[in-house]
Write a protein that binds this ligand. Sequence first.
Ligand SMILES: Cc1cc2nc3c(=O)[nH]c(=O)nc-3n(C[C@H](O)[C@H](O)[C@H](O)COP(=O)(O)OP(=O)(O)OC[C@H]3O[C@@H](n4cnc5c(N)ncnc54)[C@H](O)[C@@H]3O)c2cc1C
Ligand code: SF4
Length: 499
Amino acid sequence: MTTGIWILGNQLSTGQAALESCEAKRQQTPIILIESRSYARQRPYHRQKLVLVWSAMRHFAETLRSQGWRVTYEIAEDFESPLKRWIEKNQISELRVMSPNDRPFAQLIENLELRCQLTLVPNNHFLWSVEEFQTWANSRKRLLMEDFYREGRKRFDVLMAGDEPVGGKWNLDKQNRKPPKGKFNPPEALWFEPDEITQEVIDEVKSSDFSTYGEAESFRWGVTRQQALAALDHFVQKRLPTFGPYQDAMVTGQETMWHAMLSPYLNLGLLQPMEVIEAVESAYYENDLELNSVEGFIRQVLGWREYMHGIYNYMDADYPEKNWFNHTQPLPKFYWDSSKTDMNCLHQIVSQVEKMGYAHHIQRLMVLSNFALIAGVSPQQIEDWFHSAFVDGYDWVMQTNVIGMGQFADGGVLASKPYASSANYINKMSDYCGDCTYNPKNRTGEKACPFNFFYWDFLARHREQLKLQGRMNLVLGNLKRMSEEQLQAIRSLAQAWHG
Ligand SMILES: Cc1cc2nc3c(=O)[nH]c(=O)nc-3n(C[C@H](O)[C@H](O)[C@H](O)COP(=O)(O)OP(=O)(O)OC[C@H]3O[C@@H](n4cnc5c(N)ncnc54)[C@H](O)[C@@H]3O)c2cc1C
Ligand code: SF4
């Protein structure tokens, strides 16, 4: 009886469940990691995403070898052929894989016709198991993130004083929505020069024959556990103290503001959620930090991240197909090429994504996703774009964030109202409008900002459906007061824009 382990590209921790289960038999346990080129061909991935995953896998294989594991590393067209060869060669009778986070990958594994027993070991890269989340969700009438987050604070004893939240309040979001005024000098982010392995992957990706997106040369993400830990430490020391107040602000040239930029590492398994939370909580007590910054950050990891993962698994497999508003417009071309739009907010953020495969939460939600929502773009097409374009994109986190939160295509499972807004929000929370061809105040006329006419057109088109969402009543009241003439002018602009 030989047990072998297949480690997937986003399971790169030495404590991952399949490795842990064979810890006592390190030297006898064959391990395989596979880079599949046909998998990478599925969509035009950002070149930095491919570099990140493949370089991190290659570094992780080295780490495992140095710890005495017997590692095979394959670069192949598909997963199946090298896997079968390796099973045959090592006479493997049981293949262990830590359960994949993503449903399509779980399906892929199930469809492999392997000549050995397949054991899926429960995934230990999240704080809540799929079953635990289900138990929580089944006991509730509503699946509010705020309720889930509070449960998580108690369950894991994070920022708690007995049964009460430290500081007396669960939610300090109100202190964390300052608009950007004046000059901003957030501490530099921590970047890493590519080493030999990374440079090799960059060259391979650049010369590959498959369709990709974005720049490869400017790759500076970390690819090892040590670098991920350094990024965490840098964030805690330099950015966390002032993380909170400008969490929602967007400033030209300050792509990352005070954000942590830890999602690529968390999603690969190079960092674990609890160690991130503990580092932040300890810094709060040791360095006497502001609670709004600390709570604001912990809410993201203990709350939003775990909640999105839980919801993904809780929903039926047809969740990705949801389209509550029945939106069918094609994705505008500028999402793939920032030079094709003169809307400054979109131009700035899409060019940032081209350069680094990253945008912060509000840029993603209130500009990139908001525009697609109000312009009536197919939720599946915008999800596809996000999935390709971001270094931290995976099915589990994309479906919930894009289909659910961003596009409201699930009809309100996840959000209590659509994240739709006019230029007003962008003008308040960024400096983009100052340098734009369009006027953020105009709904109609020559310089009317597309965010404005699309926003009002969106409300008018979906008035009946939106009435069902109690939180939309105020804006629907404003829509009601709009003259038919103005509404017609708005409608014409929206229709003309799509051509
Ligand atoms: C349309 C849209 C698409 C998104 N796509 C992704 C994606 O592909 N991958 C991804 O990891 N996150 C995604 N998010 C969530 C969030 O925007 C990113 O996790 C965050 O911007 C990553 O940057 P950061 O590490 O600097 O985050 P910070 O703002 O510093 O937050 C800290 C951490 O909290 C976690 N987090 C916060 N919000 C979420 C959330 N809604 N879902 C999951 N984790 C969260 C992340 O791990 C993040 O690293 C998306 C959000 C939206 C609205
Ligand atoms: S005016 Fe409109 S398009 Fe231009 S930056 Fe502002 S919101 Fe974006």
